[in-house]
Design a binder for this molecule. Structure first.
Ligand code: FES
Ligand code: FES
Length: 162
């Protein structure tokens, strides 16, 4: 076991992990951030997606020790406060893109990252970014619509602030 400092959602957590401990396990078991979900644990489903330096990554495939010094973002850091949802969360709710507790957090973080890289993505770009987040229960059209709605919500918020 060794001590590693993980910066998660802007807060540094000193955790004690083994060299083989995945980032997903460290987040859930050492940091108490259980919004990061494990589905396949083999890098296939995308449920465990978190942001590492603003890029979506599969936390089941990343070792916790590899992420010291990185900025990690989890679903717990997406909303500004417990009562003010992020636009991507509002959009998923309004456009019926919401999924189960296993796949939702990864979907939202991937979509959030997409909108930071491309504020006005085409449906093809959305499908391309989201294709690694799998759901066996529903259609994906509402997810594409949710990301488009979030893009327009963010644009409206920015126009209001100008
Ligand atoms: S749990 Fe990591 S990709 Fe499925
Ligand atoms: S896997 Fe989450 S709704 Fe299907």
């Amino acid at each position: 076991m060794r001590a590693v400092n993980l910066e998660v959602n802007g807060i540094v957590h000193e955790v004690f992990v083994e060299d083989r401990t995945s980032l997903a396990d460290a987040l859930r078991e050492e940091c108490g951030l259980t919004g990061t979900r494990l589905g396949c644990e083999h890098g296939v489903c995308g449920a465990c997606t978190v942001l590492i330096n603003n890029r979506p990554e599969r936390s089941c495939l990343v070792l916790a020790t590899q992420t010291e010094g990185d900025a990690i973002g989890t679903i717990e850091g997406l909303a500004k406060s417990p009562t003010v949802l992020a636009p991507i969360q509002r959009a998923f709710r309004e456009a019926h893109g919401l999924q189960c507790g296993f796949c939702t957090s990864g979907m939202l973080l991937t979509a959030q990252s997409l909108l930071e890289h491309d504020p006005d993505p085409s449906p093809e770009t959305i499908r391309d970014w989201m294709h690694g987040n799998l759901c066996r229960c529903t259609g994906f059209d509402q997810i594409v619509e949710s990301v488009q709605l979030a893009a327009s919500m963010i644009k409206q918020d920015q126009e209001r602030e100008e």
